[in-house]
Design a protein around this ligand. Structure first.
Ligand SMILES: [Zn+2]
Length: 290
């Protein structure tokens, strides 16, 4: 796992899975022919066959007095339409513990959006019942995002999401619905980055003049930094998602804001650096893999 220090805030990545290939269903334009010439993607984000490498991970944000987790992956025991995501039995909670975080110590859960690979560990299966994995946490969900899913028939990919990963934490009284610019605490606030879903947010972290942005699925893969027009087939509004990427580049390009992707493979974070008429992700070195 890797971690980054932003002033006095520590961000730690806890990986559920990392895979190469099989991602064309998300970014159909990312063929080997288009990916191989983007040399900067290798070796971290594409392999020498031109296949994309992607990760599913959670990010723990530790401030001097808070322990929060952002995007809780796919989870164990969930029945999902993607075979590789269904009925997982992975040691995510053990890995969280190895990173130094007990699930009972987490005080805040944040979901950038409500898709099956971002809410899974909201709950866990115990004696046939879905119970909150983080019973001492407040679960922050975007009000607009929740209302969309609450009023919409789920697509095949997200079928079951509300029942097994959202409703149980609601029933336990742990959810707080928040606006898209919500300030979680000093130095941590949401930024609206719609398009992938209607209420999608990114999470801005600021401490001692240092900044990071957790981008959720507004940028699924670093190739969309160079090819900003490549929207994902999983995007709710492909035009809006392109506009969101353009505004992120305009706002954070060539800045000191560390961009931490929610599906970016190891080393997962870097700076948006201008190269010619476009941008690339200038990765930062990471702690040794534990
Ligand atoms: Zn995702």
């Amino acid at each position: 796992m890797n971690s980054w220090q932003i002033g006095n805030i520590k961000i730690t990545r806890v990986v559920e899975m990392q895979v190469a290939g099989g991602t064309r269903f998300i970014l159909p334009q990312a063929t080997p022919e288009t990916i191989l010439p983007m040399r900067w993607l290798q070796p971290h984000f594409a392999n020498d066959k031109g296949q994309l490498i992607m990760s599913i991970h959670a990010l723990v944000i530790e401030t001097p007095d808070r322990k929060m987790i952002v995007d809780t992956c796919i989870g164990n025991d969930k029945k999902r339409s993607i075979a590789n995501w269904s009925n997982l039995q992975l040691p995510f909670l053990e890995d969280l513990q190895k990173a130094g975080y007990d699930r009972f110590d987490i005080d805040t859960v944040m979901c950038t959006h409500l898709h099956v690979d971002h809410v899974g560990w909201n709950t866990m299966l115990v004696d046939g019942e879905w119970i909150p994995t983080f019973p001492n946490a407040e679960y922050l969900m975007g009000k607009k995002e929740y209302e969309y899913w609450h009023n919409t028939e789920p697509d095949q990919l997200n079928d079951g999401l509300l029942e097994d990963s959202v409703k149980p934490v609601f029933d336990a009284g742990l959810v707080k619905l928040v606006p898209m610019d919500f300030e979680v605490c000093e130095g941590i606030y949401l930024e609206a980055t719609p398009g992938h879903t209607p209420g999608h947010v990114s999470i801005h972290i600021e401490s001692q003049d240092q900044h990071a942005l957790i981008t959720g699925d507004s940028i699924h893969h670093p190739c969309q930094i160079e090819k900003v027009q490549w929207s994902s087939s999983a995007d709710y509004d492909q035009v809006a998602s392109k506009q969101t990427r353009e505004s992120l580049l305009a706002k954070y390009g060539d800045s000191n804001v560390l961009i931490i992707g929610t599906h970016f493979a190891t080393p997962t974070a870097g700076y948006l650096r201008k190269e010619g008429s476009t941008y690339v992700l200038d990765v930062v070195s990471t702690d040794p893999v534990i």
